[in-house]
Design a protein around this ligand. Structure first.
Ligand code: NAP
Length: 283
């Protein structure tokens, strides 16, 4: 039978557990975990994502500290804000919403986040530690995908996994997490030749490409596990990076779009913030 990798249901289950952990922190320390969110500029989609993350904090009893900076912000100004948050003992996690306006050196700003507060897993140090099997908060979207696969009992070790996309926040950390879980990993990108042939070999496919339905139905091997990180609004609903029409006839398990990867991303960010707060407040 085809397994639905239901991110919405798993995220709700994890949030129920997080609410209890937050309550325990409050009772034991009198403090409330806080996620600082930084939104730079006036991109509407980014503002929506930040609002959703703030709402998720409230659902589990945490607070969020909203920092909003103008479109004209410089790298130096953003670095100064991040440094203030690094020094603020009331802040346990920092989220810098990607993308920032183009005049800003985003990589320098991500890397300025204290590793102890890098709950979105965006620093080079965190990526390097995760890749080496050392403890670090994972990049939220791929970490959420790993949780979804593991919670559903999907076997990863020894499987051929094809990740389509190699961005810093998604494709690359996804590939390293799968490698850490002993998969054989192929990473594809815009210069890859014979993409269809590579995807056809995949036991597990991760679509992280940002192009609507680029990965076609007939590229998917019978019995494959299909994970789709994409979302492209269409006809009042939406489609992913993979053509999921009639996917039940092909896949052994798949993430729906929406309701698969998306909810797991936010829940992972919140979970990692709760962990950071537990560590900071027990120190
Ligand atoms: P991105 O930064 O635009 O990266 C896209 C990647 O796809 C790049 O590595 C690019 O290759 C590759 N690519 C583009 N066209 C290709 C083609 N024709 N063939 C093969 N590879 C191609 O995107 P992203 O931020 O990683 O996001 C990827 C998808 O995940 C998007 O649909 C996005 O909306 C979704 N996403 C979802 C969440 C969530 O929470 N649900 C979070 C983040 C992203 P090059 O490196 O060679 O340019």
């Amino acid at each position: 039978m085809v397994k639905l990798l239901d991110g919405k249901a798993l995220a709700a289950k994890i949030e129920a557990d997080l609410s209890q952990r937050v309550e325990k922190i409050k009772q034991n320390t009198g403090r409330t975990p806080i996620l600082a969110t930084i939104l730079v500029g006036d991109d509407g989609a980014s503002a929506t994502y930040v609002r959703m993350k703030g709402n998720a904090c409230r659902r589990v009893g945490m607070d969020s500290l909203k920092i909003e900076l103008p479109q004209s912000t410089t790298t130096e100004q953003l670095l100064a804000e991040i440094e203030k948050l690094n020094q603020n003992p009331d802040v346990h996690g920092i989220l810098l919403q990607h993308p920032v306006p183009e005049q800003i050196d985003e990589r320098a700003c991500f890397d300025a986040i204290d590793i102890k507060k890098d709950v979105d897993g965006v620093t080079c140090l965190g990526f390097g530690r995760m890749s080496m099997g050392e403890s670090a908060y994972g990049s939220a979207t791929p970490q959420g995908i790993m949780t979804l696969l593991q919670d559903n009992g999907i076997e990863i070790a020894g499987k051929h996994t094809v990740v389509v996309g190699r961005s810093a926040i998604l494709g690359k950390p996804m590939a390293m997490m799968l490698l850490q879980a002993n998969a054989t990993v192929t990473i594809c990108h815009s210069r890859t030749q014979n993409l269809a042939e590579l995807v056809k070999q995949a036991d597990i496919i991760v679509g992280a490409v940002g192009r609507a339905e680029l990965i076609q139905h007939d590229w998917i091997k019978q019995g494959a596990v299909v994970v789709d990180a994409g979302f492209h609004p269409r006809d009042g609903g939406g489609v992913g990076d993979i053509d999921l029409k009639n996917i039940e006839q092909k896949a052994s398990a798949y993430t729906p779009v929406p309701g698969g990867v998306g909810p797991m991303t936010i829940t992972t960010l919140i979970r990692q913030t709760v962990e950071a707060a537990e560590k900071a407040l027990s120190a």
